[in-house]
Design a protein around this ligand. Structure first.
Ligand code: AMP
Length: 212
């Protein structure tokens, strides 16, 4: 099984949900730069302070800040599923540089694609647990108790950047940056496209087949 993997796809494609499953199946850590940055904001670290204003507006956080948030971990783990990184060509190149210095190249870039209208619907009903990062959907995967996390009983939140006016902007940003990242991994011959508009278990199955 391949075990150094990047997951690409628009916000709401199901990257977080899939990364959790794949990480469990492969026994590698799920590194979500979004989760790491949100935790940094909660803990008021210098990385969190630098990231907050960008994240609230749905803008990309400067690459140096994002890279700083994962560099140490990436330098030590034997495998990973990276969710939300790289988001730009520069980030893809930086990741390749780090991987090359350890002689452990990225082995697969999985692109999960989902139509825009499905994404907008999914994000508006997405709720996240700020404490344990469990993701719910009020329509397709509601919590047992109203707006409360099943796993840790914290009140669920609509992320600031999942507000409808910010979603449109995030999708625009994604479209602007991602094509160069896709071309980059195509050039490396490790890009795989996965249809994300299916029940989550079926998407996981497809991904695991690709990684075999
Ligand atoms: P996510 O949880 O992946 O949707 O990310 C939430 C937000 O975190 C994004 O809208 C960005 O503001 C920031 N972020 C996460 N990963 C990156 C990245 N690789 N580059 C820049 N900003 C990022």
């Amino acid at each position: 099984m391949l075990k150094r993997i990047v997951l690409l796809g628009p916000p709401g494609a199901g990257k977080g949900t899939q990364a959790e499953q794949i990480a469990k199946a492969l026994g590698v850590p799920h590194l979500s730069t979004g989760n790491i940055l949100r935790a940094a904001i909660t803990n008021r670290t210098s990385i969190g302070l630098a990231a907050k204003e960008y994240m609230d507006k749905g803008q990309l956080v400067p690459s140096a800040v994002v890279f700083e948030s994962i560099r140490e971990t990436l330098e030590t783990v034997p495998g990973y599923i990276l969710d939300g990184f790289p988001r730009t060509l520069l980030q893809a190149e930086v990741l390749t540089g780090l991987a090359a210095s350890r002689n452990e190249p990225v082995q697969a870039a999985l692109l999960i694609s989902v139509p825009d209208e499905v994404i907008i619907d999914r994000l508006a009903s997405r709720r996240s647990c700020p404490k344990c990062n469990t993701i719910y959907n009020l329509k397709s995967k509601p919590p047992i108790k109203d707006e409360t996390c099943d796993a840790c009983a914290s009140p669920l939140l609509l992320r600031n950047d999942d507000r409808p006016e910010v979603i449109a902007y995030r999708l625009e940003q994604y479209a602007k940056e991602i094509s160069s990242v896709i071309d980059y991994y195509k050039g490396e011959k490790i890009l795989h496209r996965i249809a994300g508009d299916l029940p989550p278990e079926q998407v996981t199955e497809k991904i695991l087949k690709v990684l075999e």
